[in-house]
Design a protein around this ligand. Structure first.
Ligand code: NCD
Length: 326
C-alpha cells in the first residue's frame, strides 16, 4: 500500500510566517494561497517588466532539475523564470552525474557551489524536498515540481487559479476528481488546496484498486460510482492512470475502466450544465476523457496550462523576495 509522507508545512515558512520554500500545500495558510493566486492573476495579463526588476533578477540563478519526465511543468517554470529575468539553467539529467551514482544531495551541493540560488526539483522519492529544505534550506530556495505520488503543489495552485477564474466562490463549489486517485500527486495537492480554500464538497471517484488507503483530506468523500460523484458537480477533473507508479499493471482492466470511469459528454449530463472540465495533462485521449470533450466548450485544460506560467511567476517572485528579506 502506498504511504503518504507527512510534510511538516512549518519548515517551508520563515520565522515570521512567510513562504520560504514550496514543499507542499498541506496546511498552508489560506492567506498565503490567496496572495499567490492574486499575484498570479496579475501575471495572466503579462507585460514586460521594468528593466530595474529584470536587472536585479539576473543576479539570481534558478536550476530546473527534473528526475522524472515533464513537459508542462518544466517548460512553464522556464518561461516563468525567463519572463521575470532570472538566470535559468536546465539540468540535463540524462547526461548528469546522477547516472554515475551521485546522490541528489551531492548534485544539489555541487550546483549550490556554482552559485545556484533556487532549485526546482521533480523526483520520484517521497520526502526528498523536505529533506533538502532541512539540509540546505538556509542557503537555497527549494521548490517541489512533483514528488512521487505525494504532492505537486504548483499544479495544485494552477488548478485553484483556474477554478477561481471560472467560478465565483470556492465555498459554493462541488469539485469532483475522477481517476487513479491512489497514485496521483495532482489529486493530493488539489485536494489540499481546495480544502484550505473551503469548497463545499470534494468528491474523489475511482475504482477500488485506485482508491487511496485513507481519506486525502478531512472533507474528501470517496466514491466508486461515477454518477454519484458527478451529480451536480461544478468542477470535474479527470486524471491519467499512473502506470509508472505501479509494480504490476497486468491486472488493470482498461476496458472496464473506460466503461465505468471515462468522462464523456453523456456522463457530464449529470453534472451542472455550466460545469468545467479539467485535466493536468498529459492526457490519454479516450481513456480517462472523451477526446471531443477535452476540446469542447466546457474544457479549461489549455487555460490550466497557461495559468501554470502565471502561478510559477508569482511563486518565484514571492519566494525570492522573502529569501532576500531574510
Ligand atoms: C502530472 C504529473 O506529472 O504529476 N502532470 C503535470 O505535471 N501536469 C500528471 C500526470 O503525469 O498524469
Amino acid at each position: 500500500m502506498l504511504s503518504d509522507s507527512i510534510n511538516e508545512s512549518s519548515k517551508q515558512l520563515t520565522k515570521d510566517g512567510k513562504l520560504r520554500h514550496l514543499v507542499s500545500l498541506e496546511n498552508l495558510d489560506k492567506n498565503i494561497l490567496m496572495r499567490l493566486l492574486f499575484e498570479a492573476q496579475e501575471y495572466t495579463q503579462f507585460k514586460k517588466l521594468p528593466d530595474r526588476i529584470i536587472n536585479h533578477n539576473q543576479e539570481h540563478t534558478i536550476a530546473n532539475l527534473f528526475f522524472e519526465p515533464s513537459t508542462r511543468t518544466r517548460a512553464s517554470f522556464e518561461i516563468a523564470a525567463n519572463r521575470l529575468g532570472f538566470n535559468v539553467i536546465n539540468f540535463d539529467i540524462e547526461n548528469s552525474s546522477g547516472k554515475k551514482g551521485e546522490t541528489i544531495l551531492d548534485t544539489v551541493m555541487t550546483l549550490k557551489s556554482m552559485g545556484v540560488d533556487t532549485l526546482v526539483i521533480r523526483h520520484k522519492e517521497a520526502g526528498i524536498h523536505a529533506q533538502l529544505v532541512q539540509d540546505i534550506g538556509d542557503e537555497c530556495i527549494i521548490i517541489n515540481a512533483g514528488e512521487g505520488h505525494i504532492s505537486h503543489p504548483t499544479q495544485g495552485l494552477l488548478d485553484l487559479l483556474t477554478i477561481q477564474q471560472e467560478k465565483e466562490a470556492f465555498e459554493d463549489l462541488t469539485v469532483t476528481i475522477v481517476g487513479d486517485i491512489a497514485h496521483s500527486r495532482v489529486a493530493r495537492s488539489a485536494a489540499q488546496g481546495l480544502t484550505t480554500m473551503g469548497v463545499k464538497e470534494l468528491r474523489l471517484v475511482s475504482p477500488k484498486e485506485f482508491m487511496p488507503s485513507k481519506k486525502l483530506t478531512s472533507i474528501s468523500k470517496h466514491f466508486t460510482n461515477l454518477d454519484e460523484g458527478l451529480k451536480n458537480a461544478d468542477v470535474v477533473m479527470a486524471l491519467r492512470i499512473q502506470h509508472e507508479r505501479m509494480e504490476d499493471t497486468n491486472n488493470i482492466n482498461l476496458d472496464n475502466y473506460i466503461k465505468n470511469y471515462r468522462i464523456t459528454h453523456k456522463a457530464m449530463r449529470i453534472a451542472k450544465p455550466d460545469a468545467i472540465i479539467m485535466h493536468p495533462g498529459p492526457m490519454n485521449r479516450n481513456i480517462e476523457i472523451e477526446s471531443s470533450l477535452a476540446d469542447g466548450e466546457q474544457s479549461v485544460i489549455l487555460r490550466q496550462v497557461a495559468n501554470g506560467v502565471a502561478v510559477r511567476m508569482a511563486l518565484l517572485n514571492q519566494l525570492t523576495k522573502n529569501h532576500e528579506a531574510q
